[in-house]
Design a protein around this ligand. Structure first.
Ligand code: KG4
Ligand code: ZN
Length: 336
């Protein structure tokens, strides 16, 4: 990865982000055009609107990051792009742009798995991860726990059977009549009710697996709102705290079991939900007794960003994992 200079493109959902990363970890520039305001009035992401917006934003962002990093196209050593998973139309915009750049600049192309990049983000502007590690990906579309022997060597320990953690935050916020994305709004409300220790009771997995399930929790919140309609800010804060306490405990519990079993050197956490301060604190408490180092990126690298794509791209290219120009995007895919 030494002496590499990779341009990374992320367009899997509602953020268009482009970055330039040196040597696989040093972020020279990372610019994101958020479409949040555009989608929030619909209470979720509208795929067609997202694709069109990516198309508009991408060329501007590429020009901007080259300027900020003070480099030219000729200085680049590789192009990386999110190839999977995500909204297919949105992914195709980024992939087409990346292929065009790789082809015209005669550069290697790396197609990146978005969730793997969320975990790789802990190395951005930071130290290499010590392996073996546990990897926890908590985003709008994924909630997964992995055993990691190194980058590219993973074993899935558990994943969600229904909603992802971020999706649960978003759906509960919608039920409570709050905006989108729900995670930051619920976190803010819950912060104002630190005295609330209550949790919803959640049914256990019958087969003792480490899988997650959050749809029952969403139903429990919905029933509670029907029983006791939310009338004041205090009611909203109470419910937000009770919901957040439950979801954090559900995540912590599974992490605790895996920490006990594997005693890993690091606990690597990534994805938009990793912005949640209460989750960070809960995981820190879990990791400490095992002397496991908790690695969570700063919030700007937790949510979708081009830097994590460029960083992992540099690594993949250094390993000879170069994608063909005929490779295409996939809305669903695994990387382990
Ligand atoms: O990783 P990300 O930016 O996009 C996906 O790959 O899905 O994650 C977005 C998700 C949304 O569901 C959002 O509500 C959630 O991350 N999120 C949070 C917080 N900030 C963003 N969830 C809980 N607490 C937060 N502070
Ligand atoms: Zn993401």
């Amino acid at each position: 990865m030494l002496n590499s200079l990779v341009l990374g493109i992320e367009s899997s959902c509602d953020e268009t982000s482009v970055a330039i990363v040196k040597d696989g970890y040093r972020v020279l520039a990372n610019e994101t055009a958020s479409q949040m305001a555009l989608h929030s009035r619909y209470g979720g992401v509208v795929p067609e609107v997202a694709s069109r917006q990516h198309l508009e934003s991408l060329p501007l962002l590429v020009t901007e990051v080259l300027k900020q990093a003070q480099v030219t196209f000729d200085d680049l050593t590789g192009i990386a792009v999110t190839g999977m998973p995500g909204l297919i139309g949105a992914l195709l915009v980024g992939v087409s742009a990346a292929k065009g750049l790789a082809f015209t600049l005669h550069l290697p192309l790396a197609m990146i798995h978005h969730i793997e990049a969320h975990l790789y983000a802990v190395q951005l502007d930071s130290d290499p991860v010590l392996f073996p590690a546990l990897g926890l990906a908590v985003s709008g579309g994924h909630t997964e726990l992995y055993h990691m022997e190194g980058w590219g060597q993973y074993r899935l320990l558990g994943s969600t059977r229904d909603d992802a953690a971020g999706e649960a935050f978003d759906k509960v916020a919608k039920l409570m009549g709050l905006g989108y994305p729900g995670g930051p709004i619920i976190e803010k409300l819950a912060k104002n009710a630190p005295q609330v220790t209550e949790k919803f009771s959640v049914s256990r997995m019958k087969d003792k697996s480490q899988d997650f399930s959050f749809s029952g929790l969403k139903t429990a919140v919905s029933l509670e709102i029907k029983k006791t309609p939310l009338q004041s800010e205090k009611d909203r804060e109470h419910l937000a705290a009770k919901f957040q306490n439950t979801i954090l405990e559900e995540i912590s519990k599974r992490v605790r079991i895996a920490l006990e079993e594997f005693q890993p050197k690091s606990l690597v956490v990534g994805g938009g939900v990793a912005c949640n301060q209460a989750l960070r604190e809960a995981l820190k408490k879990e990791a400490e007794p095992f002397k496991t180092v908790l690695r969570v990126p700063p919030p700007k690298y937790c949510s979708d960003n081009g830097a994590m794509i460029a960083g992992l791209g540099a690594y993949q290219i250094s390993q000879g994992r170069i994608s063909s120009l005929s490779a295409t995007a996939a809305s669903r895919s695994t990387f382990y």
